[in-house]
Write a protein that binds this ligand. Sequence first.
Ligand SMILES: [Zn+2]
Length: 282
Amino acid sequence: MSKPPPLPDRGPSPDSAVTSAGLHWSPLSLASTSKGVRAHERVIAQIEQQIFTGRLGPGDRLPTQRELAELLGVGRPAVREALRILEYLGVVGSQTGRGHSSGSVLVVRPAPALTRSLRLHMAMSQFERDDLLETRLHLEVLAVAKAAEKAAPEDLDSLAQLVAAMEDPAHTPEQFYAFDTQFHVGLATASGNRLIGSLMEAIRDVVQHEMSAAPIDLQSWPRTAGWLGAEHSQILDATRRGDSDRAAELLAEHIGRFYDVSFEESPARLISSWSAAGQTCR
Ligand SMILES: [Zn+2]
């Protein structure tokens, strides 16, 4: 992904400083630190600003902690706290063993941290079932259609292993649903679109929780596992054949049927909204 072009440079304010990297940093005013905004939050805001304006991007190095403290007019503890938070968010690389002599580097591929953060927020947000179903339909139908066009052989092999794992009758429903969720996330990864993969990874816990929440009749479970497994197998076959329309159709039916059977709710309205949208995005 390329960096956004830098905004027109209006030049430094009278108080701002230009580092060796040509970046502008402004000392934090007393007013900005006295209205409940803590010093480390202002440090983060300044670094964010440099990223949003395209002055800083993946792989770039920040000034050292000492330089940042001087440039921003804050104590070293505030800078350290800001960097720790940015490290947790996956924006800057690990500080461990780095010492204080070199600045932190902005990470090049922040996807795992994005996913971790999104997963946590998704788990906390308690979305409506309809909203989750609708989002899954659009995301997964797009993912499987793209996977049919460009899945790598190793992605297809991993999916085949998951399909095989789901055929083991010894699995409990919980174990089956864990494989099932992995299969759906795997399809998103196989799409080759990293954003779809990250978004699907982000909702995986919510999806799995939703599946586990479905009332299970243990007597009829082997039959349920049987048809779910057969549908996964058909979706994978269509994906392997490169038949993106059929793979998308099978996937939409599969998700719809699961909700239909498990929750006795007809998702027909959502399925038809997917069909209408599908015609415009193809
Ligand atoms: Zn499934």
